[in-house]
Structures are given as structure tokens and as C-alpha cells.
Design a protein around this ligand. Structure first.
Ligand code: G4P
Length: 182
């Protein structure tokens, strides 16, 4: 991608697209935070904390839940944002026709062989969600569900090691383990 203007334009287009797609969705916290805060926050972790400036990664982060959680198709993503963004979004999209257990296991199984771009989005997504879980417990979640989310995230994050030290260090701190020693 050539210049600042083009990058700015496509990133704003992405935020606008995701905001429209997620407009009726809320997070599961008691405050019912607008869902769009999550993909924007994931992109912010990548730029501010992980030092990632690849426009494809940032676009995929902003769009990462549009196919999984809204009526967006991968073809729609490709037609507007290109095939590279489509491919990363596809990699981070769970198949909602599968059971929750199958989806969770597939994330663990597929993490290591993902592209570098998808690994970056996955790390930032987990970091955001784990911080959110520490901030407040989603409505209807008990202690067991929170603990299981932490344990499962740990299994995914271990498979993503060697991708980005800054995010991995912060994830280790939250998860309470040292990735390199395990
Ligand atoms: N911590 C937290 N999570 C919330 C909140 N609101 C929505 N979520 C979403 O809930 C998902 C985690 O809940 P689970 O019970 O594990 O999964 P499920 O939604 O598929 O049933 C994450 O989805 P995901 O983006 O698909 O990520 P992933 O965990 O499947 O990778 C997360 O983004 C909230 O207030 N706090």
C-alpha cells in the first residue's frame, strides 16, 4: 500500500464497515458496551502495544468478528478490502455451525499453523478478552466458565509463541505462566 492517505482511507473505511455491521451488538458485560469497542481495541493493541503497522493485519483485526458474528461474507470482505485481508479474516473466523467444544478445540489445533498475520490478530484478540474478563465478569458467567476461558486461552496462546514478544509477555503475565519454559 503506497501512501499515508491511502492507508488512512482504507482503515477508516474498515472501521466504518465494522461499526455498521456490529451496530446492534453489545458485549456481554453489565454495561452492555457497544461490540465495536472490541475490534477497535484489538487493532489498538496491535499498533500501540505490539508495534504492528501492517495495514492488512490492522484491517483484519478491525474486521475479525464481522463474518463470525454478523451477516458479512468473506466474498464481501474480499470485494472491498482485497484477498489478503479476506484470507486473514477467514483464518480467525470460527465455524459457528460446529459445537462450541469443537470450535474451541479447532482454535487450539489450528493456531500453530496459522499465518503470521492471523497469529498476531489471535494474540491481540486473546489479550483484549482476557483483560476484559479481569475487568468484569460477563453476565451469566460463573467462576468455572471464567477459569475455563483462561485455561483454554492458555492452550491457544502457547501454540502462538514466537509471534510477538510484547503481546506474549503481557499474556504470560495475565495467564500466570512463562510461555518459553512450557
Ligand atoms: N471477556 C469478554 N468476552 C466477551 C464479552 N462480550 C462478548 N465476548 C466474547 O465472548 C467470547 C468468549 O466467550 P465463550 O463463551 O468462550 O465463547 P462463545 O461466545 O463463542 O460462546 C469471545 O468471543 P470471540 O471474539 O469469538 O473470541 P474467542 O474467545 O472465541 O477467541 C469474546 O469476544 C465480554 O464482555 N467480555
Amino acid at each position: 500500500m503506497a501512501n499515508v492517505e491511502e492507508v488512512m482511507k482504507i482503515i477508516i473505511k474498515c472501521v466504518d464497515f465494522a461499526a455498521v455491521k456490529h451496530k446492534d451488538q453489545r458485549r456481554k458485560d453489565a454495561e452492555k458496551t457497544p461490540y465495536i469497542n472490541h475490534p477497535i481495541g484489538v487493532a489498538k493493541i496491535l499498533t500501540e502495544e505490539a508495534g504492528i503497522w501492517d495495514p492488512v493485519v490492522i484491517q483484519a483485526a478491525i474486521l475479525h468478528d464481522t463474518v463470525e458474528d454478523t451477516d458479512t461474507s468473506l466474498d464481501e470482505i474480499e470485494s472491498i478490502f482485497g484477498v489478503e485481508v479476506r484470507n486473514v479474516v477467514a483464518e480467525v473466523t470460527d465455524d459457528k455451525s460446529l459445537s462450541k467444544m469443537q470450535r474451541k478445540e479447532l482454535q487450539v489445533m489450528n493456531a500453530q499453523s496459522s499465518s503470521k498475520e492471523a497469529k498476531l490478530v489471535k494474540l491481540a484478540d486473546k489479550l483484549y478478552n482476557l483483560r476484559d474478563l479481569k475487568r468484569c465478569t460477563p453476565e451469566g458467567w460463573d467462576e468455572v466458565r471464567v477459569r475455563e476461558y483462561f485455561e483454554w486461552s492458555g492452550r491457544v496462546v502457547r501454540k502462538l509463541r514466537g509471534t510477538n514478544a510484547a503481546m506474549e509477555d503481557k499474556l504470560c503475565e495475565i495467564l500466570g505462566f512463562t510461555i518459553l519454559l512450557e
